[in-house]
Design a protein around this ligand. Structure first.
Ligand SMILES: Nc1ncnc2c1ncn2[C@@H]1O[C@H](COP(=O)(O)OP(=O)(O)OP(=O)(O)O)[C@@H](O)[C@H]1O
Length: 272
């Protein structure tokens, strides 16, 4: 098998700059990253280092200033249509019910009403919202909104999922329940996941691999760590296991350096 048979996402020397009033700001610089199909990979790094910027490059929302993004071996031009998205802010339409929100992506694609309604009902059940099909987003708790958003992003069966701090706004317990459910959905799905978080606990618990971005500006990848904790994982207990603590310590000693650099730059008024 050639590389393009197994590499779902490849970044080659990707640099991303923003136009700012006082000149260009290079958020990430010369990033090489390769994510094999079916892997769960998290990107961590200090605040403002460029995690979302990198994810936006993979989503095709922002073209690289230099370098290239390849999806399944093909250079990405425009939006990445192989990806589903889950962001911190959900994109539920307030005037549509849970059922219609979940079915909306299929509606845009032209799937017939009966088929999309059946699929949406099935997904609503899978994310634990049976009985709430006719509720509107404002009638839901934060966790329930997130479940709706999960159903929305999975219903189209995308081969890859791009997630940017998807559970960041939830309380700790709801968050752990949602993380567990995400892993249950992902297990056996063969989907590639690229997951951005500032939370190292969350990154390790979920992932096969954690990638560390350095402090900005001009962030680049300074470490890549395999997480070979056995699966299936029970996230409610995993954080107290010695193997988890060992991986956590190894990554944190490197992440800590980058966090300290960010603090120093913020204190010096150069970033933040
Ligand atoms: N549209 C923009 N114009 C100018 N600068 C931007 C723009 N978007 C992001 N930046 C800058 O690029 C850097 C990287 O931002 P990005 O949001 O990718 O970081 P992040 O690691 O996701 O941050 P956080 O962890 O705080 O969410 C930051 O310094 C940010 O201020």
């Amino acid at each position: 098998m050639g590389d393009s048979d197994v590499t779902a996402v490849e970044l080659r020397s990707v640099t991303m700059s923003y136009r700012a009033r006082d000149g260009d700001y290079t958020a990430v610089s010369d990033v090489d990253l390769s994510v094999e199909r079916g892997r769960f990979v998290s990107v961590v790094g200090p605040t403002g280092c460029g995690k979302s910027t990198l994810l936006n490059a993979v989503a095709g929302l922002l073209p690289p200033s230099s370098g290239s993004v390849h999806i399944d071996g093909t250079p990405l031009r425009g939006l990445n249509r192989k990806a589903g998205y889950l962001f911190q802010q959900d994109a539920l339409l307030p005037w549509k019910t849970v059922l219609d929100n979940v079915a909306f992506g299929l509606e845009l694609r032209g799937t017939g009403k009966q088929e999309r309604t059946e699929l949406a009902r099935d997904w609503i059940k899978r994310v634990g919202l049976a009985g709430f099909e006719n509720a509107y987003p404002h009638q839901l708790s934060g966790g329930m909104r997130k479940r709706t958003a999960v159903a929305q992003s999975w219903i189209g069966d995308p081969p890859m999922l791009l997630m940017d701090e998807p559970f960041g706004a939830l309380d700790v317990q709801t968050r752990q329940v949602m993380e567990n459910e995400l892993l249950t959905l992902w297990t056996g799905s063969e989907k590639t996941v690229l997951f951005v978080t500032h939370d190292l606990d969350e990154a390790i618990s979920l992932s096969d691999e954690v990638v560390l971005l350095s402090a900005g500006p001009g962030s680049t990848i300074v470490g890549s760590y395999q997480v070979d904790l056995p699966r299936p994982r029970n996230l409610l207990d995993i954080r107290t296991e010695p193997a988890f603590t060992e991986i956590y310590r190894a990554i944190w000693s490197d992440l800590r350096n980058e966090v300290m650099k960010t603090y120093e730059r913020i204190a010096a008024g150069q970033a933040g």
